[in-house]
Design a protein around this ligand. Structure first.
Ligand code: GTB
Length: 220
């Protein structure tokens, strides 16, 4: 059955791979599933045809026959459960890997998204300069905790898993800020993720679409 995902017709990041379709592309590459991409404009995302796939009018979406999914985490989990390569066989290890997926999107990503909003959507507000350091320090606090748990490990819990795929993807969003480099173990962890052949293929595929794109990078 052909898998079809949606992605930005032109990502605001101009091909840096930060839009969430890269996470889905990466998961598809890790599990060796071919896929097609339907590119959508910002306008088309808010029209009924796309809203039937995604109630919030966003990308990515995932279609596989009758099955339609939205939410990157759910799509990656679906792929990880249906195919080998992203979740361990042992039931407890599997549950822990899924826990890391949730930690990535529920605990680590929110302060990072706060920073994106603070910089790009609230940057002109009179209180923005005062708020920014607070937002950055909340990120540092989380990264300190995450770095302590990672320690000298290669991945968060044994072998590479969907938990690492989601965590690396979330941390990548921080790179433009420079904060990631304050945590060398996490920077190296992210670099290990990016070095995976599956990530390289996913990145190249979105780059081929977006490389000539714009420079804004401010959509959340
Ligand atoms: N919780 C959903 C998920 O995980 O799938 C969030 C989906 C989401 O935020 N989608 C964004 C979107 O469709 C694109 S990925 N935005 C358009 C809209 O809401 O109208 C977020 C994103 C956008 C841009 C950059 N960038 O330019 O660097 C990075 C990430």
């Amino acid at each position: 059955m052909t898998i079809i995902i949606t992605a930005f017709e032109r990502s605001p990041d101009g091909g840096k791979g930060l839009a969430r379709d890269t996470r889905v592309r990466w998961a598809l590459e890790e599990v060796g599933q071919p896929y097609e991409v339907r590119l959508v404009s910002f306008r088309a995302m808010k029209e009924p045809a796309h809203l039937r796939l995604h109630p919030f009018g966003q990308i990515p979406t995932y279609e596989e026959g009758d099955l339609v999914l939205f939410e990157t985490g759910a799509i990656v989990l679906h792929l990880a459960q249906r195919h080998t390569g992203l979740l361990p066989d042992d039931a407890n290890a599997r549950a822990r890997a899924i826990t890391w997926m949730f930690a990535a999107v529920n605990t680590v990503e929110p302060p990072i998204l706060d920073l994106v909003i603070a910089k790009f959507q609230e940057g002109d507000k009179p209180w923005a300069r005062e708020r920014l350091p607070l937002v950055e320090d909340r990120i540092r606090h989380r990264l300190l905790q995450l770095s302590a748990r990672l320690g000298s490990g290669e991945w968060l819990d044994g072998g590479f898993s969907a938990g690492d795929l989601m965590m690396v993807s979330v941390l990548l969003r921080l790179r433009p800020s420079g904060i990631l480099d304050e945590f060398p173990a996490l920077a190296a962890y992210v670099a290990r993720g990016e070095a995976r052949p599956a990530y390289q293929r996913a990145f190249a595929a979105q780059w081929a679409v977006n490389a000539a794109g714009s420079q804004a990078g401010n959509a959340t």
